[in-house]
Design a protein around this ligand. Structure first.
Ligand SMILES: NC(=O)c1ccc[n+]([C@@H]2O[C@H](COP(=O)([O-])OP(=O)(O)OC[C@H]3O[C@@H](n4cnc5c(N)ncnc54)[C@H](O)[C@@H]3O)[C@@H](O)[C@H]2O)c1
Length: 438
């Protein structure tokens, strides 16, 4: 058994700030508030529902994760956020149309009280959005200072012990990292010079890290996965992770693909298409925002299938992803997958998946888990990229030179073994030696 690491207890209140108070964020607030009132069950949340096996199978130790590691309690959470649309969380939740009034009405008072702070917003990065609630600033440096002040005021006004940030705002236009993102010094210079290649999400990330606030990125655009932010996170001793919540079609893909690969079934093609009609879908209708999503969605199969090791099975895979904005469906997305596989002696087969899913219902528990685990990581003095949280992301951030792990089962093992290691428990190797006397 290892010694484990020191983790400070979760005393006092935890603030969870979300840049973006749209479908995902409001479904997360509403579900968590309903949960602490005992109105719903925490379905889909590993921190609230999950168990973790400890020791040998014969030990029969299988506590709840929330009883094993010192997580913040739901009653200690205070919500806040920023949005360029002035609606409070109740109004936004009604507009987004994810939850029914039978779930929103009993908690209306609490949702009404969550009012967005003015956002740092730039139209070049999110084109398809009408906004009315944004900060005025001369330089991006000033914008970062304003966000830092917002964070400090939120903490002071609510008497908080700690804060974490989970990015739940619109997907920004695709950009490659450039020289301005290479070092903290270059980035700070760029903030002062209003460099157009610095996006709003990067300004939020910078403000968070300067305030020593953990930052998780739920969207596919670059925010903390650029060298300057990793440098700053390490310098300030703050955990970061991202990116792009793993829900819907990509969740299915990373559940199914490891199975085909385990049985060494070959694959010629994987065609994925979606229709969705929420605001996220509308924003993704802009080709530049879609490009961010496409890159993130396409990346998953390569590391699972390892075409370099199995060129005959996966070397010629044609992988295509489409997203179509179709308003009648609202937040209830439909994702179709056609998978062309082949088996023994090369005989072809097809698999069709039709997932009628609810995007924000799948994403909300991820926001809760990430917020609680990032707070835990901060209290455990973990800094920089938190690869053990890859489980939650379509495009997990990995250390430079390392490929990200996409297989959801390996990701789950890594997450649980990390918790075991931190708490001084043996890692589970599934060797099963308990029935073989020495
Ligand atoms: N729902 C899912 O399953 C899922 C999965 C993976 C990723 N995501 C990502 O999560 C994000 C949120 O999704 P959603 O369905 O809630 O979208 P949404 O459009 O309902 O909400 C996004 C909110 O962000 C706000 N916003 C835009 N720019 C902002 C800025 N600079 N600062 C603060 N707020 C800003 C918008 O006004 C909007 O209210 C999107 O980027 C989406 O791609 C969602």
């Amino acid at each position: 058994m290892s010694e484990g690491i020191d983790i400070r207890p979760a005393k006092g209140k935890l603030g969870i700030l979300t840049p973006g108070m749209g479908a995902v964020a409001t479904t997360f607030y509403a579900g968590t508030i309903a949960l602490r009132k005992g109105l719903v069950d925490p379905v889909g949340s590993l921190t609230q529902r999950g168990h973790i096996r400890l020791g040998k199978r014969t030990d029969e130790r299988n506590p709840k994760i929330m009883d094993f590691v010192p997580l913040a309690g739901l009653d200690d959470i205070v919500f806040g956020g920023w949005d360029p649309i002035a609606d409070n969380a109740y109004e936004a939740a009604v507009r987004c149309g994810v939850l029914k009034s039978e779930h929103l009405d009993p908690i209306k008072g609490e949702l009404d009280s969550i009012k967005p702070m003015k956002a740092v917003f730039e139209h070049d990065y999110v084109k398809k959005l009408e906004v009315n609630h944004t900060k005025e600033f001369e330089t991006k440096w000033d914008a970062a200072e304003m966000l830092r002040e917002d964070i400090r005021n939120f903490k002071k006004d609510n008497d908080l012990d700690r804060v974490v940030i989970v990015w739940c705002a619109s997907t920004e236009a695709y950009r490659e990292p450039t020289a301005v993102h290479a070092t903290v010094a270059a980035f700070e210079e760029g903030l002062k010079n209003n460099d157009p290649l610095i996006s709003p999400s990067q300004i939020y990330a910078y403000a968070a890290l300067m305030e020593r606030i953990p930052f998780a990125n739920g969207a596919p655009n670059l925010s903390v996965d650029i060298p300057c932010m990793v440098e700053l996170a390490l310098e300030k001793g703050v955990p970061v992770c991202g990116k792009d919540f793993k829900t819907g079609q990509t969740l299915m893909k990373t559940i199914l693909a490891p199975g085909f690969k385990a049985r060494l079934l070959g694959m010629n093609g994987w065609f994925s298409t979606n229709i969705l009609g929420n605001r996220d879908g509308e924003v993704l209708d802009d080709p530049e925002s879609f490009k961010s999503k496409e890159v993130s969605k396409l990346s998953v199969l390569d590391t699972i299938l390892q075409p370099q090791e199995y060129p005959d099975l996966y070397g010629d895979l044609y992988h295509k992803v489409r997203i179509n904005y179709y308003p009648p469906r609202g937040d209830n997305k439909e994702g179709w997958d056609n998978i062309d596989i082949f088996g023994w002696m090369g005989y072809p087969m097809q698999i069709k998946v039709d997932f009628l899913c609810r995007d924000s219902i799948l994403a909300a528990p991820i926001v809760l888990d990430l917020a609680l685990f990032m707070d835990l990581a901060m209290r455990a003095d973990r800094k920089g990229i938190q690869e053990w949280l890859s489980f939650y992301f379509k495009s997990p951030q990995a250390a430079e030179g390392l490929y990200p792990e996409h297989d959801i089962f390996i990701q789950q093992t890594k997450l649980k073994n990390t918790l075991r290691h931190w708490m001084g428990e043996d890692l589970i190797t599934h060797l099963g030696t308990e029935y073989y006397p020495e």
